[in-house]
Design a protein around this ligand. Sequence first.
Ligand code: NAD
Ligand code: ZN
Length: 376
Amino acid sequence: MATAGKVIKCKAAVAWEPNKPLVIEEIEVAPPKANEVRIKIVATALCHSDFHYLVEFTPKENFPIVLGHEAAGIVESVGPGVTEFQTGDKVIPLYLSQCRECRFCKSPKSNHCENSAPPVPIKAEPDYRYTCKGKNVLQFLGTGTFSEYTVMNQIAVTKIDPAAPLDKVCLLSCGICTGYGAAVNTAKVEPGSTCAVFGLGAVGLAAVMGCYVAGAKRIIAVDINPEKFEKAKVFGATDFINPKDHNKPIHEVLIEMTNGGVDYSLECAGNVGVMRSALESCVKGWGVSVLVGVTNMQDIAARPIQLIAGRTWKGSLFGGFKSKDGVPQMVKAYMDKKVKLDEFITHNMTLDQINDAIELMKHGKCIRCVMSFSPQ
Ligand code: NAD
Ligand code: ZN
């Protein structure tokens, strides 16, 4: 490749400051160092976590940054020591790595990896791979995919089926694996069970799909935006509840509907009040409630008797999938038509329209907006 070993100048959407529109800029992307892979991003989607970082998590010192972590692309070049990838491989970047060597990677009990990029980027000089107008620019979650090219460590990249459509499977790099896996891997939903999913963005809808594929007989979809119910039906939801239609706590409504509570509940809204409702909606004795939605601003609260009575409260990161192994398996499941992806995509745009995509997410008008850079 003519570009191998050289700095690449390309387009990226730079967030210069919190809470301001992103700016399309020309940035410089460094060549890959030892154990790194430079990837040409073909498609990237907007996830709530990008939005959260921009508008809710706002320390100024964590800017400028290139957001974006849900993506798919093609290897442009590799650094010294990389044997697993070569130019032209179709890959998915992973915000959660799998180094296969740390104590978490070696344990079947967890999908964490000690060597993952920290959620808030470290600003040590050698860690920068992007520059713009003479300034160093951070990569969100170590990925920074709102850029035509990114550079990542090979432990955070996975090779996928070359036949996979990148503008669809990009969704597997975050939201869909997260929700689907929370139901299948973390809750371990059993056939014939009753489930409730709170929050019907891409993550919640993927949780509905996970419950359905696991054989749940009843899946209750809960959202304060009733426009989401039609989509939830597509993924297998059987009942629909808008908490705003009821003048009593939503867990009481669910307990009445299910003769004592659901077997599994999944919180996919990122709200501590909803987390409590989801726990209290579970049946005593064996109910399992999984926290998927992210917030780090407030404490969660519950009466201890809820847990003493036999309910289990769990959390799920990236759907419990060990990332390098799990994502290609999910790509295969999509190619084999065992899981849906196309139905999550409500908008297709180009990177130049990123601020429109952010507006749509802010107003609950999109499930997933996929942005492309160049024809595949
Ligand atoms: P989204 O904004 O598209 O969807 C959130 C949904 O929750 C919306 O439909 C909204 O109407 C609904 N909602 C809001 N308040 C509610 C309430 N009180 N009751 C019921 N529904 C309510 O977001 P998304 O992209 O689907 O992400 C969902 C959450 O998952 C976010 O918090 C995100 O940060 C988190 N997330 C977690 C992980 C993980 O590994 N655990 C990974 C990715 C994203
Ligand atoms: Zn590891």
